[in-house]
Design a binder for this molecule. Sequence first.
Ligand SMILES: C[S@@+](CC[C@H](N)C(=O)[O-])C[C@H]1O[C@@H](n2cnc3c(N)ncnc32)[C@H](O)[C@@H]1O
Length: 261
Amino acid sequence: MPTTIDKYAYYQNSVQSPDVDSQFLQRVYTSLRGKEPVTLREDFCAAFALCCEWAKLGSDKKAIGVDLDEEPLEYGKKNYLSQLTPAQQKRVTVLPQNVLSPDMPHADIIAALNFSFMGFKTRPLLKKYFENAYKTLNADGLLIIDCFGGPASMEPNESESEYDDFSYFWDQDTFDPITNEGMFYIHYQPKGKKKIEKVFTYDWRLWGIPELKDLMDEVGFKNVHFYWEGTDEDGEGDGNYTKTNKGENCDSWVAYVVGEK
Ligand SMILES: C[S@@+](CC[C@H](N)C(=O)[O-])C[C@H]1O[C@@H](n2cnc3c(N)ncnc32)[C@H](O)[C@@H]1O
């Protein structure tokens, strides 16, 4: 019998830190705007774990998750939304919708995390997304996205990380330097069982930070800021991101790009 896993639970354990992310989003908004954000729209939200953490940050906090795919949305309702208090649950809504739809709800922060916008592989398409985000941000709103890069992300390689009861594999299967497109996969291997290949598949274009800034400028964002990760004593990323205009040319990096309406 083939091994079955709870792929969204594995994904949350290995890829996401929605509690840390929600606090980061709040900190960025507060420091740039000098006031507290109220509404978060989580685009490409999948099981909307971030929306659920956002609702825990305060009794005024509201979150809207948007994703095309009903499967992760249903998973999130059963497994994450149900863990919130009734009052918190009322402040989280989800929309099974395309983030390019013209009638998207307004928000103080629009967050598109874990690189999901990289599915928009042409400039016109990504521009359309940024335009739509700009239009639907409240006054003083912020678009917050993350991106990754560095020489190691531009060549085929596979890395393994061990968790309590499984291993996580990030597989950069292909990379084309002409288009900057790559095929990326997540595989999982439950302890003592066979590896399950291609649990998640990402067909992405790796967008560079200057390209993202140019596009944000072009659609009207007033300022664009960059948040870079600090390093620990072993020279590894320490998970603390601070605003800077100078990146460090590491083998692989993750950074946040923030557009101010
Ligand atoms: C990488 S996953 C989600 C990552 C999640 N935001 C996180 O932080 O882990 C990408 C999600 O984007 C959704 N998606 C892709 N294109 C979309 C679109 N045009 N509109 C809405 N959702 C989309 C997919 O259904 C998938 O759930």
